[in-house]
Design a protein around this ligand. Structure first.
Ligand code: ATP
Length: 310
């Protein structure tokens, strides 16, 4: 599944100034700081995943970048513009898939996508987009009659129809079945190959590992870690684990040379170790380690601050 060749508005390469620049971003609510001194850049053509537990501040950050929410302090530039001052021409370069959206239930999939296409100067072909999200057979169905996952695909179609330079995807595949998720990944790879810059939030760590060039982990509004998918968390967090069973029970050993360790183990026991596994930490394992350390640190700080006020 591919889109036709790029037209005006498509970005190319990863050079030039960052598409997104965030410096010391803070969003305060009366009783709560939702985003606390967060800074990052996203380069042109990059796919960047913002990860974090429920309530970490991901949607708030994205909504500030989209111009839907004002910040309390800090500097933000999206395609060179402060989102609080973004005009219609600026908005037309963005593609937005919100966490939840309310499409008109009484119109068909095709009518809805066509209507959105008319808002943009260089829209993609309506039927191509409907096909890319796997809804060709449902194109004449009223949106109110679609399943939750199918409606989510309409959201994605509406997000990409305007040929955006920068695409925001806030938990885009929630409710997708596994096959639809794979199709969606293909669609994102096609957009990426065309040079689209993508900011993604997801709770599916395999999705982030598949799609993202870099990830940022936030917890309690603070940036915990940022870096390429294959190095985030540092080398320590990536050391493989060899697991096997012997007469004393389940054993495990962390080593950066698992093959050599398994060879020694086999030679020592004189046979194949029972239930042998070599496990390389996944992005999910690394993410969970980072978040639990950050949450524990936050709780310590809260206790210390509370104690200081006693
Ligand atoms: N309008 C608001 N008024 C007060 N607090 C808010 C408001 N909107 C969000 N918050 C709070 O800000 C924090 C961050 O919320 P946000 O929606 O950004 O989290 P998230 O990381 O996107 O979470 P999720 O993964 O559940 O979508 C939460 O504690 C939330 O309750």
């Amino acid at each position: 599944m591919t889109f036709s060749a790029s037209e005006p508005g498509a970005a190319t390469g990863t050079s030039g100034p960052p598409v997104v620049e965030v410096r010391n971003l803070v969003k305060r609510y009366p009783a709560h700081t939702a985003v606390d001194d967060v800074s990052f850049d996203i380069a042109r053509g990059e796919t960047f995943a913002l990860l974090g537990p429920n309530g970490a501040g991901k949607s708030t950050t994205i909504e500030i970048l989209e111009g839907y929410r004002d910040r309390s302090s800090g500097e933000v530039r999206v395609l060179g513009i402060d989102p609080q001052k973004g005009d219609l021409a600026w908005k037309a370069q963005l593609g937005i898939v919100l966490q939840s959206s309310a499409e008109a239930a009484h119109v068909t999939v095709r009518e809805q996508v066509e209507q959105f296409a008319a808002y943009y100067p260089h829209p993609r072909d309506v039927d191509e987009v409907i096909a890319a999200v796997g809804l060709t057979e449902k194109s004449k169905t009223r949106i109110g009659k679609l399943s939750g996952g199918q409606r989510r695909r309409v959201d994605v179609a509406l997000g990409v129809i305007g040929r955006p330079q920068l695409l925001f995807l806030d938990e885009p595949t929630t409710g997708f079945d596994p096959e639809a998720r794979r199709h969606f990944w293909e669609l994102i790879r096609t957009l990426k190959a065309e040079g689209t810059t993508i900011l993604l939030t997801t709770h599916y760590l395999d999705e982030a590992a598949q799609l993202a060039d870099r990830v940022a982990v936030i917890a309690r509004g603070k940036l915990v870690e940022i870096g390429p998918v294959d190095t985030i968390g540092g080398t320590e967090a990536r050391i493989p684990v060899v697991r096997w069973r012997d007469e004393t029970g389940l054993r495990e050993h962390h080593t950066s040379e698992p093959a050599a360790f398994v060879a020694t183990l086999s030679a020592r026991t004189g046979s194949e170790p029972r239930d042998l596994e070599v496990i390389r930490p996944s992005l999910e394992d690394i993410y969970l380690g980072l978040v639990s350390a950050a949450v524990a640190l936050g709780e310590d700080e809260t206790e210390a601050t509370g104690a200081a006020h006693v």
